[in-house]
Ligand binder design. Structure first.
Ligand SMILES: [Zn+2]
Length: 152
């Protein structure tokens, strides 16, 4: 006879399981009857966790792609609006440029008339400088690169 590992009651020498408390007497027995079911449950949990994470990642990817597509569509719309606004601005700039040419001609003829009046000439030169500055700004507007939207 030997004593049970758990309840310490007498059991058969070759007993693998205690007939009093039902506990397994060898490590292999305990592993097979207790360890394997626990490991199986843990493996199932891990597998479930992986599937959950994979599904979450897929969901996030789909969500992200949808968001990116929406942002791209808005950007495309804004680009077209920007193009139209630029066309309008360029037309106005052309008109402004024509007006500047007219003013410059007037200023030049006034300069000829005021050859002997330095104070007037100084004022007229100031106007000429302002005209040049405005021309520069109009040129900068014209050179700003904007891609033409694709025609359908
Ligand atoms: Zn026992």
């Amino acid at each position: 006879m030997k004593k049970c590992r758990l309840c310490k009651q007498d059991i058969e020498d070759d007993a693998k399981k205690c007939d009093k408390c039902g506990s397994y007497q060898t490590y292999l027995g305990r592993f097979v009857h207790i360890g394997i079911p626990i490991i199986s449950v843990l493996l199932a949990l891990v597998s479930w966790g992986q599937t959950y994470l994979e599904n979450q990642a897929k969901k996030d990817a789909i969500e992200g792609e949808k968001e990116a597509t929406e942002i791209a569509a808005v950007a495309e719309e804004q680009k077209e609006v920007a193009y139209v606004e630029r066309e309008i601005a360029l037309k106005k700039a052309d008109q402004y440029n024509e007006a500047l040419v007219q003013i410059e001609e007037d200023v030049n003829s006034m300069k000829q008339m005021n050859v002997h009046f330095p104070e007037n000439l100084q004022r007229l030169n100031t106007i000429t400088k302002k005209i040049e500055l405005s021309r520069e700004q109009v040129r900068n507007l014209d050179e700003r690169p904007v891609r033409r939207p694709v025609e359908e």
